[in-house]
Design a binder for this molecule. Structure first.
Ligand code: NAD
Ligand code: DAU
Length: 360
């Protein structure tokens, strides 16, 4: 049995789908269902007997201990986090609380829980901490890509909170011998991504003929990875990664934001044309994000050499699939963008109810 924190979010839910397609082993999702958590993301697996869901907060020590003692997992894959840079600029405290304190609470609970085990089980336990390339800061145009040896230089409150959580994980490995693994991944895209992030936001706005807000001059560079490739990398790290190591994950798809948005527009011109002209005409330059990191790029040599992982999707194949998914799931988009999924949650949970069986 494994535990997935944050499994109702974008990458976590994709990982749940991937796991259940690849493995017989059951899993439990532990998720607080913040604005970014959506049980609809897990609806396709809700009746699978290997899947169960517990609503809970990683900053709640008692809830985490209850979970560990009841489920007795052999591994935790830790996705739960506040994940949006713009929100971290407007309200940094939630990032400190969830990303740093929440990770600390998990580590502490796991340390105590593991101490009750036989030495062989203690060694086979894994804590996989899902982190980000943003901990490394920003690159110039001719800088080499981030390697695992690149020093941390986080620039946003989000990046600082993730870097801090990485250091806590590292300390628990060195001090207490906790068998941890850390990965630093580049920008993901794919199904179930909350439309506050660049690609789903642009798809949604274009379909509604709303302006497509490009920060600054749109020259910032990100390395885009399809979420299924990220999930495959995480499985490889969990199975074969060396304890105490970090692994960088990237898609070899460095693109400017303008290139990404124009690609989405051209695809929509084919699949969902405007009455007149191209969706590109909807692009509107807006004031830049404060402290905006200019470029991220990833050296994936270590994970390729050690674990034989390489991305399968190109940006061309991945963005086509992604766009089709959003066009084929208007109800999901509507529920998320109108907030209807929150009303549904309130209806189902009511006040004070913290757990429910796996039904979406
Ligand atoms: P997301 O915002 O879509 O999902 C986060 C999930 O965590 C939600 O289901 C939310 O309900 C849950 N959560 C938040 N606070 C919680 C708490 N206190 N207790 C329990 N659950 C809580 O995020 P995502 O984009 O899927 O990212 C998942 C992880 O991957 C994060 O740790 C993020 O830093 C990391 N990451 C994301 C990307 C990316 O491009 N999205 C890239 C690299 C790394
Ligand atoms: O690099 C990994 C990180 O990628 C993850 O750790 C984060 O959780 C994830 O949110 C993502 O961070 P970014 O800030 O890079 O993603 P976002 O989708 O918010 O923005 C991507 C780029 O697009 C960034 O340069 C800002 C720009 N942008 C974004 C939005 C939402 C715009 O130009 N307009 C927008 O409206």
């Amino acid at each position: 049995m494994i535990v997935i924190t944050g499994g109702a979010g974008f990458i976590g839910s994709n990982f749940v789908h991937h796991w259940l397609a690849e493995r017989d082993e059951p899993l439990v999702v532990f998720d607080a269902l913040t604005y970014a958590g959506n049980l609809e993301n897990l609806a396709p697996v809700a009746s699978d007997t290997r899947f169960s869901f517990v609503r809970g907060d990683i900053t709640d020590r008692e809830a985490v201990e209850r979970l560990l003692n009841r489920v007795r997992p052999r591994a935790i894959v830790h996705f739960a986090a506040e994940s949006h840079v713009d929100r971290s600029i407007r309200g940094p405290q939630a990032f400190l609380k969830t990303n740093v304190e929440g990770t600390f609470v998990l580590l502490e609970a796991v340390r105590v829980y593991r101490a009750q085990w036989a030495p062989s089980d203690r060694e086979s336990f894994r804590f996989l901490h899902v982190s980000t390339d943003e901990v490394y800061g920003s690159l110039g145009p001719s800088d080499p890509p981030f390697s695992e040896a690149t020093p941390f230089a986080p620039n946003s409150p989000y990046a600082a909170s993730k870097a801090a959580s990485d250091l806590w994980v590292r300390a628990y490995t060195h001090t207490y011998g906790l068998p941890t693994l850390i990965c630093h991944c580049s920008n993901n895209y794919g199904p179930y991504q909350f439309p506050e992030k660049l690609i789903p936001l642009m798809i949604h706005h274009a379909i509604e003929n709303r302006p497509l807000p490009l920060y600054g001059d749109g020259s910032q560079v990100r390395d885009w990875l399809h979420v299924e490739d990220h999930c495959r990398a995480l499985l490889a790290i969990l199975d074969r990664g060396r304890v105490g190591e970090t692994y960088n994950i990237g898609g070899r798809n460095e693109l400017t934001n303008r290139e990404v948005v124009e690609t989405v527009c051209r695809l929509l011109d084919r699949h969902r044309p405007r009455a007149h002209g191209s969706h590109v005409e909807g692009i509107a330059e807006v004031p830049d994000r404060p402290g905006h990191d200019w470029r991220y790029a990833i050296d994936t040599g270590k994970i390729e050499r050690e674990l034989g992982w390489v991305p399968r999707e190109t940006f061309v194949s991945g963005i086509e699939k992604t766009l089709s998914w959003y066009l084929d799931h208007p109800d999901w988009v509507w529920n998320v963008t109108t907030g209807a999924y929150r009303e549904w949650l309130d209806l189902h949970y009511g006040t004070g109810r913290s757990e429910r069986p796996a039904q979406a």
